[in-house]
Design a protein around this ligand. Structure first.
Ligand code: OFO
Length: 180
């Protein structure tokens, strides 16, 4: 008896999205390591925490595929991006990666709509909300960097502020649409 509640197309798209989230985690990890090497301890701490969040997103999808009786396929993760030249470029990369991931999420939403897979459509809404929040955060941080310019003391405060940002990396099972 076939108990897989996912179509082959949706299953493949969810598996691809898992890899995409893992790739996002690698990008944050690599940017975090770069930030630390530039003495931006607050920024690197923020980016490392975000890498963990992206991994949680990957796990959230993995758990969903299993819950729907689907097959999880773990694949290789593409290389992260090259090191940025400065803090501005670092957060431009963060923004670009979030926008890119949003595009993939939207494709999955569209696919679930076309296939009338309402369970997956509903599941994906959490990611739509999460992406909006992450894009907003990246825009806000880029704005702050713009205001700071090249002034060392302003960049130092920016770095310290990020260190104090609450750590919101949670286990995937604890994360809901209301408590992202
Ligand atoms: Fe997975 O949320 Fe960002 O990319």
């Amino acid at each position: 008896m076939n108990t897989n509640r996912l179509s082959k197309t949706i299953e493949a798209a969810l598996n691809a999205q898992m890899t995409k989230e893992a790739h996002a985690a690698q990008i944050y990890l690599s940017l975090g390591a770069w930030a630390d090497s530039q003495a931006f301890g607050g920024v690197s701490n923020f980016l490392f925490r975000h890498a963990q969040e992206e991994r949680n997103h990957m796990m959230k999808i993995l758990e969903y595929i299993l819950k729907r009786g689907g097959k999880v396929t773990v694949t290789a993760i593409p290389d992260p991006i090259p090191d940025p030249k400065n803090l501005q470029e670092c957060f431009e990369s963060v923004f670009k990666q979030e926008v890119d991931n949003t595009t993939w999420i939207y494709k999955l939403v569209k696919l679930s709509l076309t296939e009338e897979d309402w369970a997956t459509w509903n599941f994906m809404q959490w990611f739509v909300k999460e992406q909006t929040e992450e894009e907003t955060l990246a825009i806000e941080l880029l704005d702050k960097i713009k205001v700071a310019g090249n002034e060392h003391s302003a960049l130092y405060s920016f770095d310290r502020d990020l260190l104090g940002t609450p750590d919101d990396a949670k286990l995937a099972q604890d994360v809901t649409a209301d408590k992202p």
